[in-house]
Structure formats: structure tokens, C-alpha cells
Ligand binder design. Structure first.
Ligand code: PEP
Ligand code: MN
Length: 337
């Protein structure tokens, strides 16, 4: 059960509602986010919601039977819009592109990527400064200095930043420079990190699907952040590990369509990690759009063969420009349906 409180609810009204919920043998948890004040009731007994729906201070009440509630479309039919400012929004029915290198490598690379994005009308740049690498000997990112440098250059150019946060201690130092936090596939179930991203920032958080994670597990991860106080969330399908060895991961396009049905949160597709092979990034990106994605995130680099990480799945700038053009055409086709 989800109760949304009226904004001006009095403490005495809240107490009366909580007592009534407890009387129904439901366990109440209060959730306060930057957008609303809610009471989540966990319980099994069936009851008529009209018996409490009239109580003072209640704006809305819904029964949501799934374990994830606040991210469910059963409660919030209206899709969540992520507004990054300066007219850059990610929303249901729209389409946003996020592109950039796997890893931020230095000033020259940042400048060239920004120029490429601007030339092609892309407003959000991706890149990692803290890199989760399978091998400890691989490049592990430029760290906070890299992010500060990137921020200065991106800000001048009016470009927004999406970048991965790997641990709780990084949130505070990263916060001034980030437009969207990315939670990587290896951290999807790092519940401490999710909790802290709920409590300690108002910035949007894009949660990637775990390498071996189910769709529901991704939704539970989003529920963690929401219930800890931050409802500015995006979900990202980035491929899962299957028995298939011909590709790095198996891009689960089913998930894009299913998530659009289950949740009100925007759904982003990552074909670069999803398939892991440069030549196939384009068809999977276009297919993701037709599956209903609200945006695509992919990797591009001036010289992919020299990229510090993930070069094999990274597009060079002409390939990236071609992809952008085709994605726009595909989106126009989807809109025409
Ligand atoms: C990345 O975006 O570069 C990345 C490491 O992604 P994932 O967490 O999906 O592997
Ligand atoms: Mn990568």
C-alpha cells in the first residue's frame, strides 16, 4: 500500500493514519523525497482502502502488491520526467542520447568529444572517472581531478555529465560536478551505495541492470534509492550474462519493453555494453528505440583503437555521427506509429 500525504499534513493527522495502518496489521514506513511525502504499508490482509482513504492528510492511496512499490506504474501512472535544466529533459515519449568514451582520459579527449557531441546536437556526455575493471591492473580512471576538469569544459559547452559512482565516499566529492550518477552493473545490488544515493543527493541516478540480475532485481534496486529519498531515477538495460559466447553480453531488449510497462521511470538502453562489439552497436541501438527506450547511451572515442578501455565496442566519430542520424530517423518512425 502507498499513501501519499498532502503537502501540508499535520503531525497529528500523520499519527492517526499510521495508527490506523498498524491497526490493519500493516507495517508502516515513512518515505520523504524531494518531491513528496509517503507512507508505505507492508502487509497481507485484504481491506477496503475506502475505509482509510477519507482520512485527513491523505492525498492518494493505492494498493500495490509487488515488493517494489514506489517505482511501480501501478501506483504512479504518469511517467517520471528527469529535468537536467537548460531545456534538457529525459521523458516518456521523448528520446535522449548520451554518448562519450568509456573512460575519461584527459583534456584533449574531453574537448574533442564535446566538439563531436555539439556538432551532432547531443547534450549529455558519458564517461567514467572511477572505473570498475575486471582486472586490477587495467586503467582505473582519472578520479575526481578528471571529473573537475571535465566539468569545467562541459559547463562552458552546455553539456551535461553522466558518470559512474562506485562507492559511498565518492558521493560528496562528486556531487557538484555530476548531472546524472551512474550505478554500474557491478554495483546494482550495492545496497549501501543505493541507500546513500537516496539520502545524500538530489541528483538523478541511473541504475544499470546487474550483470546477472533480473528485471525485478533492477526494480528493487531503484526502490532502494526512491525509498531512501531520491525519486529522480532512470533504469538502464546494458546486457546480461548468458550462455552465449559470441557476444560480450546478451542485450535483453525484452527488458526495455517490460520495464516500460512495469515502471514509471525512464528506460535507457546501452547497446555498447549490451553487445560489446562495435559493428553491432548500431542495429541494437535502433532496435532499442523501437522497443520503447527513452534514450540510448553508447561509447564513442576519436580513436577507439587507442581508448584506455572498451575500445572494441567504441564507435569512432564518423560512426557515431551516422548512428545519431539513424537513431533520430528511427525515433521519428516510432513517433509516427
Ligand atoms: C560503463 O558504462 O563504462 C560501464 C562500466 O558499464 P557497466 O557497469 O554496464 O559494465
Ligand atoms: Mn565501458
Amino acid at each position: 500500500m502507498i499513501i501519499q500525504f498532502e503537502q501540508d499534513i499535520k503531525e497529528s493527522q500523520k499519527e492517526a493514519i499510521i495508527n490506523r495502518i498498524k491497526g490493519l496489521k500493516y507495517k508502516p514506513t515513512e518515505v520523504k523525497t524531494q518531491k513528496g511525502d509517503y507512507l508505505i504499508g507492508i502487509g497481507k490482509r485484504n481491506f477496503d482502502i475506502r475505509s482509510i482513504g477519507h482520512m485527513d492528510g491523505i492525498k492518494d492511496i493505492h494498493i500495490v502488491s509487488e515488493d517494489y512499490k514506489l517505482v511501480s506504474k501501478k501506483w504512479k501512472v504518469k511517467a517520471t520526467t528527469i529535468d537536467l535544466g537548460d531545456g534538457i529533459v529525459i521523458e516518456d515519449g521523448g528520446f535522449q542520447i548520451m554518448a562519450g568514451p568509456c573512460s575519461i582520459e584527459g583534456e584533449d579527449q574531453i574537448r574533442k568529444t564535446i566538439a563531436h557531441l555539439k556538432e551532432n546536437g547531443v547534450s549529455i556526455m558519458r564517461g567514467g572517472v572511477f572505473k570498475p575493471r575486471s582486472s586490477p591492473y587495467a586503467f582505473r580512471g582519472m578520479g575526481i581531478e578528471g571529473l573537475e576538469l571535465w566539468y569545467q569544459l562541459a559547463k562552458e559547452a552546455g553539456i551535461k555529465i553522466v558518470t559512474e559512482v562506485m562507492q559511498v565516499s565518492q558521493i560528496e566529492e562528486m556531487d557538484p560536478y555530476v548531472d546524472i550518477y551512474q550505478v554500474g552493473a557491478r554495483n546494482t545490488q550495492n545496497f549501501n551505495l543505493l541507500d546513500e544515493l537516496g539520502k545524500n543527493t538530489d541528483k538523478p541516478v541511473m541504475i544499470k541492470r546487474g550483470i546477472s540480475g533480473t528485471i525485478d532485481e533492477l526494480l528493487y534496486s531503484a526502490e532502494y534509492v526512491f525509498s531512501a529519498g531520491n525519486e529522480r531515477l532512470l533504469l538502464c538495460e546494458r546486457g546480461i550474462r548468458t550462455y552465449e559466447k559470441a557476444t560480450r553480453n546478451t542485450m535483453d531488449l525484452n527488458a526495455v519493453a517490460v520495464l516500460k510497462e512495469k515502471t514509471h521511470l525512464p528506460v535507457i538502453a546501452d547497446p555498447s555494453h549490451g553487445i560489446g562489439i562495435r559493428d553491432f552497436v548500431e542495429p541494437i541501438a535502433l532496435a532499442s528505440i523501437m522497443a520503447g527506450a527513452d534514450g540510448v547511451i553508447y561509447e564513442t572515442h576519436e580513436k577507439p583503437e587507442e581508448a584506455y578501455s572498451d575500445g572494441q565496442q567504441t564507435l569512432n566519430f564518423p560512426e557515431s555521427a551516422k548512428l545519431i542520424d539513424r537513431m533520430k530517423k528511427t525515433f521519428a518512425l516510432r513517433e509516427s506509429f
